[in-house]
Every structure is written in C-alpha cells, then in structure tokens.
Design a protein. Structure first.
Length: 552
C-alpha cells in the first residue's frame, strides 16, 4: 500500500516545478513591465521639471515624450505577455492535476467508488482543480515579482533621496507580516468552505436521485428544508471568507497609505525648506516629484500580491481535499501471469486481502477456476463476497499470497449497474461500440427484456436517465446483463445479478445465462438465492473472510 506522504504544499510545489520555465518567464515579463513603469514615472517627473522650472518647449522635450510613449507601449506588451504565459502555465498544471486525480480514481477502482458519494468526487475533479488557477496564474508569478521589483524601485528612490528610501524600507515588512497573519485564518476558512461545497454537492445529488422515493413517502418538504439549511451554511462560510478578504485588503491599504503619507510630508516639507537634514535641502521638483510618484509604485507589487494572496489560501484549501484523495491507499493492479495449471482461468495461493483499519477481510484462500466453471459465492452480507469478486476482476491485489490469471476478456456486473443518460442503444454499445441492432436485440432477448423493447415506441432509441431512471430496478439490472452478453467476455463476474427480479424472471434469466456460459466461459456470482446456487456446479461459502467449498 502507498504511504501517505503528500501534503498540499508539497503537491502544489511539485506541480509548479513542472512549469517553472513558463512561471519564471511570466515573472520576468512582470518585472520588465514594472521597470518600464519606473522609467515612465521618472521620465514624467523629468518632463514636468523641464517644462515648469526650466521653461523648455515641447520640441526641446520631445525625446522625453518619445521615451514615455515607447515605455507605455512596452509595458502594455509585457503585461499582456505575462498574462498569456501565466495562464498557459496554469492551464497545463490544472490539466496535469486533473489527470493525476482521474488516474487515482481509476487506480482505486469501482470497489472503492461504490462506497463514495459521486457528487463529492465530481466537485473534487471539477471545482477543486479549477480553484488552483489563481495560485499558479497570478500568485506564484507575483511572488517572484515582489522580490525583485520593490528592490529596483527602492534603489532608484534611494539614489534620489536616501531618507525617503529608509522610510519605504522600514514600512515594507509590516505589510507581509499582517498579510501572513490574516492569511493563516483565510487558509483554514477555505478548507472549511471546500469541505462544505463537497458535502453540499453530495447532499443535493442524493436528494435529486431519491426524489421519487421522497415523493412516495411524502418527505419532499423535509428534503427541501435540508437542502436549504445546507446551502445557508455554505453562504455563511462564504461571507466569513469574504469578510476576511476585505480585512486583509484594509490592513494593506492602511499601512501603504501611512507610508506614502510620510514620504509626501517629507518631500513637501523638504521642498518648503522646513527640513534641512541630510539630502532634504537638496530636493528639487524633479527629485521630489520622482520620489513621490515612485512611493505608490513601491507598494503596488505588494498590493497586487495581497489581492492574489487569497488565491493561495483558496488553492491550499482545494489542495487539501485533492491530496486527501491522492493519499488514499491503493494496491498495485494485478499482474496477469500464466497460471500454474495451463488450463486454469485463475489460481489463488494463500491469498489474503487486508483493508486499512480493518485488518484481513478475506483469506487465506486457495482456489482454482477452470473454464466452464459456474461458481456461486454464498454468505452473509459483509462476509467478503464482493471483495473476492473485486480481487478476481483485478480491482484489488492480494495483500499476501499469489494470484495468477490468464489475460481474458472480463465482464463485471455490480449490484448497482452503471447506466448513463442516453438511449438504450448507447448504453448497450458501452460493451461493444460496433454492435448492430440485431446483436443488441439478441442480447436483450437473453436478458429477458425483449418484451419491454417491443412495447417501447422508440425501441432501442428510447431515452433513459442516469442510473436507469425510467426503468424499474429489475429492468435496469437486465439491461446491464445484456451488456455482458455483448461484451464477449470469457470470465464473467456478477454481484447479486437477480436481486431485483421476481422468481419466474429470475429462473428464465439465469437459465439463459447458464446456457451462454456453457460455451466455454467461466462464471463467478455472489448470490443469496438458493435457486441460483442450485444452478452452479461449485459453491463457495464465505464466513468472516474464510472460504469453504461446499459439495454439490
């Protein structure tokens, strides 16, 4: 089993490393845009000084205006390039992150997915991955910009007047300090918010899927109140997060405004001659105006970082949820090797399956499956029947022992078959995309659904909802069984295939299935029905994970 080694920060750092070139380029373009802003500000102060103090004409200051125009265009180009490169890097990172999550879900398999809420998983795959966008597209490039650009501006201000530079240098650390203090609370709130979104998604989808049952028992009003309370709780969490965001912005603006005001007062009193200490007496309109215009630009990278600081908190909150999924223990997919007995479909030698926190749930088990075997798995609910089926399907790997099997086409039918919103034909073609109408009708006939098909005005083009909405439980089960016939599988694994069928339909369906399996296929099915057990040529009784073969 995998070790829980990932953390939200380490995972985000790993994702960023894979696009570090684009992120570095985005930061470089941001610094270049900032450097051109410095040139624009200094050139503007110079032009005003030449015009007001030295009374130069537009012709004499034309080269300054040309420099201003060039830098304005260059800054726009750099800002555009920064945004394009950063968004491209963010897109590629999110695609990679989503691929990791989907690969993890694939590795966890249907055995894990059966006990999870699909709404919460869909939220993780869609919304939580998208919540990483601001962190990579804006926050990370700005983190690099905020290290270099303020130093450049500070150097220019210090060159003009070192006292003004000292004022800026002393005020700068206060802003990141308070941003960090506020940001720690924002990170916690974002984690709570993403957890609330996942619960709300799962809650809503569960109510929508069960709306028929709720109407039948007159519980729709109660369900509506439950959804209202869940959404209201999410609203409260969202408002708390927004309040914190406004608080952090107010803190930043307060300290930035105070620092700029101090610089403005120093420049004003210096130009009026009230301060004669140090370089104050040498202040001119050019240097004073340059320092005054550069002071807001010194704090602008920090302001921008503050705006995107909540992108970081949001990304960490989303990453916590995603990393929890990525840290789910999985077992390596079963390696398909030739079995010890050349004519056997699969052999299990001293196999044990162990779940985290539950210990050994199945085994030790020795079993050989031969072509043509019809094996019935019996036992109480939770005894390990579904675990054995998942083991044979390759969804689980043995914790101990050896499982060897031929690489054969395999069909799996769960207790809750997966049916998609679409036509009957589209659902059947999941097993065989090239299946023709005659083959689909033949499969439906074996599954006992041909009479239903003949009554439907649209036939195979009849639309059904997700999970078989529009069909009864038994009809949905038989539609999934028809897919098994179309699959051409040699190893068929069924979990309670007739749980929703009446006795007559059950016997007809099972007779057709046994006849089909008799063509050299192997069938393993979990069941509680004695009539189904009687049709098998082998019976395995499972009690608390221990398997015993019962003589027929």
């Amino acid at each position: 089993m995998e070790q829980r080694s990932l953390t939200a920060r380490s995972w985000l750092k790993t994702l960023a490393e894979e696009e570090r070139r684009r992120l570095h380029l985005a930061a470089l373009l941001g610094v270049l845009a900032g450097a051109q802003t410095v040139v624009i500000v200094v050139s503007l102060a110079w032009w005003i000084d030449r015009t007001v103090v030295h009374h130069q004409t537009l012709t004499q200051t034309g080269f300054i205006l040309a420099l201003l125009a060039t830098c304005i265009l260059g800054r726009g180009a750099c800002q555009w390039g920064q945004e394009v490169v950063a968004l491209k890097a963010s897109l590629r990172i999110r695609q990679r992150a989503r691929r990791q999550v989907l690969d993890k879900l694939w590795a966890l398999g249907p055995a894990w997915m059966a006990y999870r809420q699909s709404g919460a998983i869909a939220t993780q795959v869609a919304e939580n991955v998208e919540a990483l966008d601001g962190y990579f597209a804006r926050f990370l490039p700005q983190m690099r910009i905020v290290v270099l650009l303020p130093l450049l501006i500070l150097a220019v201000v210090t060159y003009f007047d070192f006292l003004a530079g000292i004022f800026l240098l002393l005020s700068a650390p206060l802003i990141p300090l308070f941003m960090a203090l506020v940001g720690m609370g924002a990170e916690r709130m974002n984690r709570e918010q993403f957890a609330a979104v996942a619960r709300l998604s799962a809650h809503f989808i569960d109510r929508v899927r069960g709306v028929g049952t709720l109407q039948l028992f007159g519980r729709t009003q109660s369900a509506r109140r439950d959804v209202w309370w869940a959404t209201d709780n999410y609203r409260r969490l969202s408002m708390r997060t927004l309040r914190l965001a406004f608080l952090s912005s107010a803190v930043l603006e307060f300290f930035a405004s105070v620092a700029i005001a101090v610089v403005a007062m120093y420049v004003g009193f210096g130009l009026l001659g009230y301060i004669d200490y140090g370089p104050a007496s040498a202040l001119t309109l050019f240097t004073g105006l340059g320092v005054l215009l550069l002071a807001p630009e010194f704090f602008q990278p920090l302001r921008t970082l503050s705006q995107h600081y909540h992108d970081r908190a949001t990304a960490l909150g989303a990453a916590e949820s995603l990393v929890e999924l990525l840290n789910e223990p999985t077992q390596e997919a079963t390696t398909h090797e030739s079995p010890i007995e050349s004519n056997a479909v699969a052999t299990l030698e001293a196999v044990e399956v162990e779940y985290l926190g539950r210990g050994v749930v199945l085994g030790p088990l020795d079993l050989t499956l031969n072509p043509g075997d019809v094996v019935a798995l019996t036992g109480a609910s939770g005894s390990g029947k579904s675990t054995l089926l998942a083991l044979l399907a390759g969804f689980l790997a043995p914790s101990r022992g050896a499982l060897r099997k031929h690489t054969l086409p395999m069909a799996w039918l769960d207790q809750q078959p997966c049916l998609l919103h679409g036509t009957l034909a589209e659902n059947l073609r999941l097993a065989d995309p090239e299946a023709q109408s005659e083959a689909m009708q033949h499969a439906l006939e074996k599954a006992g659904l041909l009479p239903l098909l003949e009554r439907l005005p649209d036939g195979l083009e009849t639309l059904i909802g997700e999970r078989g909405v529009g069909l009864s439980g038994g009809q949905a089960q038989r539609l999934a069984l028809a897919r098994v016939y179309l699959s051409g599988a040699q190893l068929v694994l069924l979990d309670e295939p007739t749980a929703s069928l009446d006795r007559d339909t059950e016997q007809a369906v099972m007779a057709a299935l046994i006849e089909w399996v008799g063509e050299g296929r192997t069938l393993v099915m979990a069941t509680h029905h004695p009539a189904i057990v009687a049709m098998a040529n082998r019976t395995l009784k499972i009690e608390s994970g221990h398997v015993e073969e019962v003589s027929s």
